[in-house]
Design a protein around this ligand. Structure first.
Ligand code: GLV
Ligand code: MN
Length: 193
């Protein structure tokens, strides 16, 4: 969903400030600008989610600037969850390359579409919709995801609500979740940055 390019390429100069749209073009380019080795893994998944995402977007791979695409390498420990999140600027497609993964997304009417998929199977998440992946296999799981934006953006719901800087006032969150300060403080303590 990014704009169409007006030239073959425009390798991003990340030292310059981004402007409409993306980064200014680097003046001298070479083959290495169009290759990226950052999706190889393995990734370290020892974190509370048991999940790690390594992005190949314009910020890590500036050759993508103006090309309207990006990818992620996602690794999930057994039981690991890539938590509910959405990408404001892109539709996502993904393929499982190792393990067995419960994938799902929610529509704007709160209908939940989900399925367990295995190696070689693909899924799609329409732009902006909340989705997650959960490793339901015995071993680790790995996925490669792809986006129609050089920088899809990610809104991770728990972090957005309970880990913002500055914090969302407790009065808003206790009312929103029909709960008390202790519960909200407990959640905030887990997502504080
Ligand atoms: C998976 O949902 C990803 O954003 O890579
Ligand atoms: Mn995603």
């Amino acid at each position: 969903s990014d704009p169409d390019p007006l030239q073959d390429f425009c390798v991003g100069d990340l030292r310059a400030s981004p402007s409409i749209n993306g980064f200014p073009c680097k003046s001298s380019v070479s083959a290495s600008d169009f290759f990226f080795s950052g999706l190889r893994g393995p990734l370290n998944t020892s974190n509370p989610n048991g999940a790690t995402v390594a992005p190949a977007n314009v910020l890590t791979f500036p050759g993508l600037n103006t090309l309207g695409i990006s990818m992620n390498n996602v690794e999930l420990a057994p039981g690991g969850v890539n938590p509910p999140h959405s990408h404001p600027r892109a539709t996502e497609a993904g393929v499982v390359i190792e393990g067995s993964v419960f994938v799902g997304f929610l529509t704007t009417n709160n209908t939940f579409f989900s399925k367990v998929i295995n190696v070689g199977e693909m899924f799609v998440v329409p732009r902006g919709l909340v989705h997650f992946q959960w490793n339901v296999g015995k071993g680790k799981a790995r996925l490669i995801t792809a986006f129609n934006s050089q920088l899809p953006g990610v809104v991770v719901l728990p972090n957005t609500l309970f880990g913002s800087v500055p914090e969302i006032p407790n009065a808003v969150l206790t009312k929103t979740f029909r709960t008390d300060d202790a519960t909200v403080n407990n959640l905030k303590s887990k997502f504080a940055v």
